[in-house]
Design a protein around this ligand. Structure first.
Ligand SMILES: [Zn+2]
Length: 278
């Protein structure tokens, strides 16, 4: 029965987000799928974490428009997210919610779920709030080199603090709403993590978002628009309609896959920390 309620809630949110231009049509279908699995197979605690990510990232991408004007690339797609972006950010969280349905007694799916969302939330907050940094960011692989705001792989003090805050909010909710707080028996071996889950998920989220920047600076596929003479993540067409040419990175490693890797890195870090400390 919960899956039916999950589906209905997911449809309502996806339609509202589509109407508010936060999602494209493909993004709305993808969000319906992601929401149905997470609300339906997870439950209300899982819904809170997903919605925290979804609402804050949609809100932040609308905020500070003035600071983002003319900047960029990262923001040129506007704030409408398509299916690739939805799955890039929420695909792994969906997998962990499904895993929870198969292993309801294990805490590990919750940790992986929360950490992957903390990482993509941290990354989104860093991207959207990093533009407020008074000086241009520095390249994560060469901190002496400054790059244009919005460039993949650029980090700043403000962006990193935003990243920490974004991860921390999910980490705090992961602690506050952990569905296993009152479990005993087998789960007792995980007793330590009632409070530690906050720190583990937060740090894993920060690590995931730094990994995202690292990929952006190294192997992410990057293109060049001959018309605007600008580096871009967009392919095959730039926002101006011109065909872009690849200048570096791995062809298959699009921005959506980098977001997926960001969440995966966060989840792996959190699960490894849990497993070696328990
Ligand atoms: Zn162009």
């Amino acid at each position: 029965m919960q899956i039916v309620y999950g589906f209905l809630l997911a449809v309502i949110i996806a339609v509202a987000a589509y109407r508010a231009h936060s999602l494209t049509k493909s993004g709305a279908f993808a969000a319906t799928f992601v929401g149905t699995i997470i609300f339906g197979l997870g439950g209300w605690q899982w819904a809170i974490l997903l919605l925290t990510f979804f609402i804050t990232s949609s809100g932040l991408s609308r905020a500070f428009r003035k600071h983002k004007e003319g900047l960029s690339e990262k923001f040129s797609k506007g704030h409408e997210r398509d299916a690739g972006q939805v799955f890039g950010n929420g695909g792994l969280a969906t997998f962990f919610a499904a895993l929870h349905a198969f292993y309801p007694a294990s805490v590990l799916p919750w940790i992986g779920f929360a950490a992957s969302l903390a990482a993509v939330n941290a990354d989104t907050w860093a991207t959207e709030l990093g533009v407020l940094n008074p000086t241009p960011p520095r390249l994560i692989t060469n901190l002496r080199k400054r790059v244009e705001k919005g460039t993949s792989g650029g980090i700043s003090m403000f962006g990193t603090l935003a990243s920490l805050a974004g991860a921390g909010l999910i980490g705090y909710f992961a602690y506050l709403f952990q569905p296993f707080a009152f479990s005993s028996g087998f789960l007792a071996i995980f007793d330590f993590w009632h409070e530690e889950v906050f720190f583990i998920v937060t740090l894993a989220g920060l690590a995931g978002s730094l990994f995202d920047s690292f990929l952006g600076a190294t192997v992410q596929a990057m293109y060049y628009c001959p018309t605007d003479k600008k580096e871009t993540e967009k392919h095959p067409l730039h926002t101006c309609g011109t065909e872009t040419v690849q200048i570096r990175g791995w062809k298959w490693l699009s921005n959506d896959w980098v977001n997926f890797a960001c969440g995966a890195f966060g989840a792996v870090i959190a699960l490894v920390v849990i497993l070696i400390t328990s």
